[in-house]
Ligand binder design. Structure first.
Ligand code: PMP
Length: 362
């Protein structure tokens, strides 16, 4: 079929089964006589898809009924603004755990809305680790604490979330590790994730929000489309939602169910990541600068001894159809993204290529 092993950080590889299913249903979705892309978002057929996607996500992630699931647009980046606009209360502040470029961006947007403070940061360590933090340092006037669970660019992951007393909800950007490992939803007040890594194509952002956090804003100037209360009341159908992307999410969720749910997904992901980290740690050529305890299961940045060799390796890998391995420009080197749809064989092919390359270049 000419398909490659795609290590892209996002939009990223989707399960082949899902793509084939979408292909087979493209011209006539669910016996409607039309494509999902031609279907009204008010039709019974689409409503069923939306309902199924929500039901599947709720069951896979064990989301209690006291949380709403919203499908919004504007990417995870719009959530950087919607979170403070909806949750940051007058005379209060928002606290941010700064663990990488994305949390820095989220913090910068919050500062435009109101008072935002840095709870802890690993910027001094070039974001190669998750910083130590002490919940007791949070002010009583904190409306929420924002964290980024997986740092897509730097390759770190929070394994133990801060524990605040429940008056301070944790808002979690789960964009690059949603559905990849078990998390306890009730430890979080809000979870959001752009779909284009583990959930489906780009164009839709999932927001999982505890009901009592909806409609908290005092601002009467909040634009309608930025108000969680509006989207929650209209069940994500206030305006035309990204129908095709939601349809794809539903297929991806069905695929996750068929694998055995999140626990099996996590087992697979741990095995894949272990294989790659072992290859890096055993190598005399490749290395990782991320603190071991904080290593991501999803995004693995690594390097050779210099940029020239990095380039040569990228070339060598591409000749074996292993693509999108170039590291983010702020980090350099390589980055392999091992989202749910990456099969173990893909990682085996990568580690084989690393071994071959190391032999050739020493
Ligand atoms: N947060 C994280 C952790 C991300 O990885 C990304 C995108 N790679 C974003 C936020 C921004 O997402 P979007 O492009 O959907 O706005």
């Amino acid at each position: 079929m000419g398909r490659v092993i795609n290590f892209s950080a996002g939009p990223s590889a989707l399960p082949l089964e899902v793509l084939k299913r979408a292909q087979s249903e493209l011209l006539n979705t669910h016996q409607s006589g039309m494509s999902i892309m031609e279907m009204s978002h008010r039709s019974k057929s689409f409503e069923r898809i939306l309902h199924e996607a929500k039901k599947r996500l709720r069951s896979l992630m064990n989301i209690p009924d006291s949380y709403k699931i919203l499908f919004l647009q504007g990417g995870a980046s719009l959530q950087f603004s919607m979170i403070p606009l909806n949750l940051l209360q007058k005379d209060n502040e928002a606290a941010y755990l700064i663990t990488g470029s994305w949390s820095k961006k989220a913090y910068a947007e919050a500062k435009k809305v109101g008072d935002a403070t840095i709870f802890a940061s690993s910027e001094d360590d070039a974001f190669r680790s998750i910083p130590d933090f002490a919940e007791s340092t949070l002010s009583k006037r904190t409306s929420y604490l924002h964290v980024t669970s997986n740092n897509t660019i730097e390759g770190t992951r929070i394994s133990v979330f801060p524990k605040t007393n429940n008056n301070i909800p944790i808002v979690t950007d789960l964009s690059s590790n949603i559905l990849s490992e078990k998390i306890n939803v009730t430890d979080h007040g809000v979870i959001y994730a752009g779909a284009q890594k583990n959930l489906g194509p780009s164009g839709v952002t999932v927001v999982i929000i505890r009901e009592d956090l909806i409609g908290k804003t005092e601002a009467t100037t909040l634009p309608t489309m930025l108000d969680y209360a509006i989207h929650a009341k209209a069940d994500s159908l206030y305006n035309t939602p990204p129908t095709f992307a939601i349809y794809m999410i539903n297929l991806v969720l069905e695929w996750v169910e068929s694998i055995g749910g999140i626990e099996d997904m996590e087992r697979r992901n741990r095995k894949k990541a272990q294989l790659l980290y072992d290859a890096i740690d055993c190598s005399k050529l490749f290395s990782s600068s991320v603190k071991k305890e904080n290593r991501s299961l999803m995004n693995v940045p690594f390097k050779t001894k210099n940029e020239e060799l990095d380039q040569a390796f990228l070339h060598f890998a591409a000749s074996q159809k292993l693509v999108e391995l170039k590291g983010h420009r702020s980090v350099g080197g390589m980055r392999a993204s091992l989202y749910n749809a990456m099969p173990l064989e893909g990682v085996e092919r990568l580690t084989d290529a690393m071994t071959q390359f190391e032999k050739r270049s020493t």
